[in-house]
Design a protein around this ligand. Sequence first.
Ligand code: SF4
Length: 202
Amino acid sequence: MPDLYKEKFKQNSWYINLYQSYDIIKLKKAYKKDRKNKGVISAIENVYRNVDNYMNEYRKFEKPKITCEKGCAFCCSKEVFISDDEAKGIYNYVTKNKLKIDLNKATLQAVSKQNLPLIHRECIFLDTESKECKVYNLRPLSCRMLLASSEPKFCQDNKKGNPFYFLLPKMENIKTAVWNSSISGVLPAMILKQVQEERMTK
Ligand code: SF4
């Protein structure tokens, strides 16, 4: 973040908006360039690094406060939309780290998980024991932008709680800018697409 904005960031939302527009345009350009010169994986990793930096800045001045805790998987039973590039990033990570994908579960969730019983809605990348994300470093933008601001107890109790959660506006803008016109869909369907594509190349 440029120094000019660092100080103003604390004081005035107008500067926050200005910084956000400047930053998103820069990020979009870098994404396109990286995608062309370094490849999809490198490009998407760079976006996530930028988002993490933004989150670290936000945490210093956060209003409302983020109350998400490690091991809380409340949001991981929700529908998650990802872009084709994000699916490639995750699939690359999964393959490199020899992680198993539950293809039956992915198929079950591929159209929509909203009508499934709660027990079958957990994300295919959620460790059911520890309740941690197995692809945390490469988790998609949709997962990074959904944040709780209510007490953690509202996210517990087997997903029956009623937490207050919010989306950071900038994250939504980043998502729109980065996804652009690329194909997107629900996470299990997009991952199955990667599996099929890989099978076809063998
Ligand atoms: S990718 Fe990770 S953070 Fe996102 S829903 Fe799945 S388990 Fe949760």
